[in-house]
Design a protein around this ligand. Sequence first.
Ligand code: NAD
Length: 489
Amino acid sequence: MQSVANFVGGTWMDTSTAAASHVIDPATGELLAAVPVRGGDAVSDAVRAAGHAFPDWRDTPPGERIQVLFRFKDLLERRFESIARLVSAENGKTLAEARGELRRGIENVEVACGIPTMMQGYNLEDIARGIDEVMLRQPLGVVGVITPFNFPAMIPLWFLPYAIACGNTVVIKPSEKVPLAISEILRTLQESGLPDGVANLVHGGREAADALIEHPMVRAISFVGSSPVARHVYSLAARHGKRVQCQGGAKNHVVVMPDADLETATEIIADSAFGCAGQRCLAVSQVVTVDAAHPPFREGIVEAARTLRVGRGMDEGVEMGPVITAESRDRILGEIGRGLSGGATALLDGRGIRVDGYPRGNFVGPTVLDSVDPAGHLARTEVFGPVLGLTKVRTLEEAIGTIAASPFGNASSIFTSSGAAARKFRSEVSTGNVGVNIGVAAPMAYFPFSGWKDSFFGVLHGQGRDAVEFYTEKKVVVERWPQQWSRKF
Ligand code: NAD
């Protein structure tokens, strides 16, 4: 079995002698690759290589830096299908979902090509008589990126293009569960003409992540993952004086009002809850129905969930793939059991599912639980699987209050035909990404990904203008050039 290679200073480095864990196809159980579990030493080498590459890359004009990104975009388009297949194989999501995430990722490359405009500062002539002030943005130096398993291609691309377009050099440590697509993406970046050492890839687990965060040459850390790890990364990075942005976990609510178009709402919510087998930080996991919306919504959602075709993500017609690992499956099954012991009732129980032809797959069937206690364990815990809870309330105020009580604040949505209800929700709800008649309020590359509360630790978010702000340092220059000096020449 092949070990994934690290990419350090422009060279692909063999990792076959390192202590390794296995990358396993979540549908077939087939071994795909070996991946180093530690990675601390390789991080030092990669940071050194990135530090070495920084002075030249920083001095490369932004207009030249983005030429690499234009070529990168072109090559990603040509390899679109093969990278999407790698994502589907290592993560388990359907091919359509893998294509969708790669498309969203490439959009960030496109936006980062605007760096010569986005990175501009501002100035004012005559802040005092004969004195001018200019604000410049400059790159930070070496930055670290640590990413989760659920979007193997897209999430690294939330950061990588902006960081390098701004003139930084990067060390990325992807999730050890999905090292394949990111390796192909780095290979593509190398073939796009990126100078050696500007982007480096180190595989590994917690040890590699901590080594990257603690390394004295690393100026900033971008992290995406679960909230407990996000909290750890945030405090470790702060202790080491790093600039840091940490996107964490989620428990996303959707409110269904009695005046909503229930047929459309049901279809969209089913897609949001069960797409990517519920392993999306923007997946809806808790529906709060207001008053009369409950009975018809309950009936519709169970029907929509029951008819979803579960199977291997790469097979034709499959609508929902497996979850990432057997441990993850067992944890999700445990959470369903805990929800039921906490008073919920199962309208659809996905625990016993068998998928023909894939006896070793980590499958959990779509699950719908009614009467979930909004203050109970299930409503307050990120399940990260195809499990949808329903809770009935009497008013919109009560629904907004239910969301406010959640420790998470990643996303929420409302389904309604009332502009006034939508406006109230948008204004008062305590999440950073909000959908109105939208199931997954996913920000596009030009907007920040704006989680709140335990879903985000930091100030500047990923993507768009926030990314440029995060990856640059501001410098203000105050200048006086008296007339008599120029007369001398
Ligand atoms: P995870 O927190 O287990 O791992 C994320 C990354 O951190 C991986 O690279 C992993 O190797 C590393 N890591 C794990 N434990 C660590 C530790 N103790 N110290 C340092 N590094 C450590 O997350 P995951 O299971 O890979 O991904 C799923 C989670 O990510 C979910 O909670 C999901 O909601 C969240 N997520 C959030 C967003 C967002 O934008 N808010 C997007 C995608 C996923």
